[in-house]
Ligand binder design. Structure first.
Ligand code: IVH
Length: 698
């Protein structure tokens, strides 16, 4: 993303707003993928970089901070569906240490804090940091009454029924001496063995793939049907507690041992220590055992042992001062680049992917890794600086590369092992034509920076099947037209069968019912054959299944019809114009009210592309990047045709503002002062102007 490189200081206010909105959309989407669907789409490092940029923009332009700012939001907030549970004591996160020095610093901070207590001996515990999901289990009089996820730390989800299915979680505490009320906390995780077994079962059923044990454990806990959770054989280690009507013991170590007496599993690798050296020694020991534990751990947690001292040392925002997570370095593995493929995205970006000899990195088999863009393959960033090592080192087919997975799911290449480069390996030549449609693929000049965009893009637009199919997928997606039952899979099917080429075709699909039926039947046949081949079993009752699915066809057609009058903002977003995310689409809808007006202004602006500001009104939240994208879109005749055809089928609802004709302000000049809550100034102005000549806005 070229705009990620631009210096924040150089932004005008409207540009900053457009950039903030763009980042908001990207980050929001990434959050949802990660936390709601447990299917991360972005590497942690990239996410962090975008988030930092977002925050820097907010700091540079405080007045642009959105009411729904992502900065205040703790990702992982509860999703709809489960009842919410407010934790009696918040579930905290841990400060992190990456080096031995960080650990020494932690101990030193403790020593200074308790300085006046001359003879004080601070003791610590050290135990593995399990890479799963924390859960809080509330016991009243020894009986499990409620179990919840961490959520945002303050409010989680009530998943009692699911947690009860975990064999390591007692429904009734054993032994005696437990506090009347206690929230026992620990980590739910899935062992490698269970993960592999689940993957094997899923493969045999032709079901989706599972990414890694942690995300699978998360998905398993979020099941509506507890029987599904039960079938997943999750595990639980107890290591902490929240509210307790009395201390379980005077020290951390003894408290956790008590948990074992009460029927919990606790980590056999927990020890007590009294110096940084001992803690680090235990860290090294656990590190050597890491690969044979049978489950994922990502570090070692150190905690002050005496509860009295924990209480005195206290907390900083969201973290105890008295504990730290000493993380393991990212796992790496070497493998060979077997090939480089180019994928073409919705807006035509040519995205290179390295096909690797499969290699296991941190419990996940990696076969592909993104190569980002042409410059990345050449080994230089947008400023011309080397990105791997001291000098630019390119990536070639045949190269041995070191792959890393750092706490996240998306792997990356850290370096090329030049000593192993085969003598016949040649520099990769990035294609200058689209591999799908053969149109020229070019790198645009960024008008603001004068620099070339790092991405090469296919200029074929809708004649490019790859772009057409991605646009269709986007068109029907959730935030866009949201057509139920018409997901990416069906779009692919209908596109490849020649039944849907552009969005308008979706709405005439039911005129081609026999062909649609045939395409669906053929896919089902193919899938059934595959399953048969995989399981060795023969099918029964195929007819019945088919009949059921053709009933589904009426539902699909009904769902399509139900979307013939979409909200204007959804419709604009669905068009898939570059740089127009959900937020910008909403601004356009509010500003121009009807699709006809959007098109009129768009075309007129395109006709005056040399001086767009003479035509396009100044609207907060619409910067030059967006205006340029509108010019590209509306200046393209092919898009015209597609849009015309679509508008014979679909009638977006005008965005209405209601103002009573008898309103006191009728006929007066309106002046907006101060800050407006729901609208930007520009939008409010445009709205007022639409209300008639008697309305003048300043
Ligand atoms: S103690 C007040 N101990 O790490 C301290 N956390 O980064 C609360 N975790 O949300 C946490 N293993 O999910 C603690 N042995 C362990 C842990 C552990 C894994 C997770 C836990 C927490 C996160 C904090």
């Amino acid at each position: 993303m070229s705009s990620n490189d631009r210096e924040i200081e150089s932004f005008s206010e409207p540009e900053a707003r457009a950039e903030l909105d763009r980042l908001h959309d990207v980050l929001d989407k990434a959050d949802r993928a990660y936390f709601e669907r447990d299917a991360p789409e972005m590497a942690d490092a990239e996410y962090d970089a975008l988030k930092r940029r977002y925050q820097a923009l907010e700091i540079a332009f405080p007045e642009l901070r959105r009411p729904d700012s992502l900065s205040g939001r703790v990702a992982g907030a509860p999703v709809e569906g489960f009842a919410k549970v407010r934790h009696a004591v918040p579930m905290l996160s841990l400060a992190k240490a990456y080096t031995d020095q960080d650990v020494l610093d932690f101990i030193e901070r403790g020593r200074r804090f308790f300085e006046r207590d001359k003879d004080l001996e601070i003791a610590f515990t050290a135990e593995p940091k399990i890479d799963g999901l924390s859960a809080s289990l509330r016991y009243e009089n020894g009986v499990l009454v409620q179990g919840a996820t961490r959520g945002d730390g303050t409010v989680g989800e009530d998943i009692t029924a699911n947690l009860r299915t975990i064999a390591d979680i007692p429904h009734r505490l054993a032994g005696s001496g437990w506090p009347e009320t206690i929230e026992v906390r620990g980590e739910v995780y899935m062992s490698f063995a269970e993960f592999e077994a689940l993957k094997a079962r899923a493969a045999a059923d032709g079901k989706k793939e599972y990414v890694n044990p942690r995300n699978t454990a998360a998905g398993s806990l979020r099941q509506k049907d507890a029987a599904v959770t039960a079938s997943r054989n999750l595990n639980f280690f107890a290591y902490a507690w929240g509210f307790a009507s009395s201390d379980p013991a005077p020290t951390q170590y003894e408290a956790v041992r008590k948990f074992a007496e009460w029927g919990f599993r606790i980590s056999p690798l927990m020890v007590r220590a009294s110096s940084a050296e001992e803690l680090i020694a235990h860290y090294r020991l656990i590190e050597t055992q890491r690969s044979s534990l049978g489950y994922d751990i990502d570090g070692v947690v150190y905690k002050v042992d005496q509860l009295e001292l924990q209480r005195r040392w206290g907390f900083v925002t969201g973290e105890p001062r008295w504990a730290v997570a000493h993380k393991f370095p990212a796992e790496q593995a070497a493998t060979v680049v077997r090939g480089i493929d180019i994928q073409v995205g919705r807006t035509g970006t040519l995205a290179p992917v390295a096909r690797l000899a499969p290699v296991s990195v941190g419990g996940v088999v990696v076969e592909n890794v993104t190569l980002h863009n042409e410059d990345y393959i050449r080994g230089i960033d947008s400023t011309g600086a080397p990105i791997r090592g001291e000098v630019p080192i390119d990536i070639r087919v045949g190269d041995t590369v070191v792959i890393q997975r750092a706490g996240d799911v998306i792997p990356q290449i850290v370096r090329v092992v030049l000593e192993k480069r085969p003598s016949e390996a040649v520099p990769y030549e990035f294609p200058h034509v689209c591999p799908v449609c053969g149109s020229p693929a070019t790198r645009e000049l960024n008008a603001n920076t004068g620099k070339e965009d790092s991405r090469r893009r296919c200029t074929g637009e809708l004649i490019c099947p790859a772009q057409a199919i991605e646009r269709l997928r986007h068109f029907v997606s959730r935030g866009a037209m949201d057509i139920e039952g018409l997901g990416a899979e069906n779009i692919d099917l209908f596109f490849n069968a020649g039944l849907v080429r552009t969005a308008a075709d979706i709405f005439t699909l039911k005129d081609r019912r026999p062909e649609v039926q045939r395409a669906l039947a053929e896919r089902r046949e193919a899938q059934a054959r595959q399953r048969e081949a995989a399981s060795g079993k023969t099918r029964k009752n195929v007819r019945g299944v088919e009949d059921r699915n053709f009933e589904g066809l009426d539902k699909l057609f009904a769902a399509i019809d139900a979307r013939r009058e979409p909200e204007l903002d959804r419709f604009i977003f669905a068009l898939g114009i570059r740089h127009i995310g959900e937020t910008t689409a909403a601004v356009l809808a509010r500003t121009f009210s009807t699709i006809e007006e959007v098109i009129r202004v768009g075309k007129e602006t395109a006709a005056h592309a040399d001086d767009p500001h003479a035509v396009f009104p100044s609207v907060d939240g619409i910067g030059d990047t967006v205006i340029e994208a509108l010019i590209d879109f509306f200046g393209n005749e092919r898009n015209d045709e597609v849009l015309d055809a679509l508008l014979t089928q679909v009638h977006p609802r005008p965005y209405v503002v209601t103002v009573s004709a008898t309103s006191e302000v009728a006929g007066k000049t309106v002046v907006f002062t101060g800050s407006l809550e729901k609208l930007t100034r520009g939008e409010a102005k445009a709205m007022a102007e639409r209300l008639g000549p008697r309305w003048r806005a300043r």
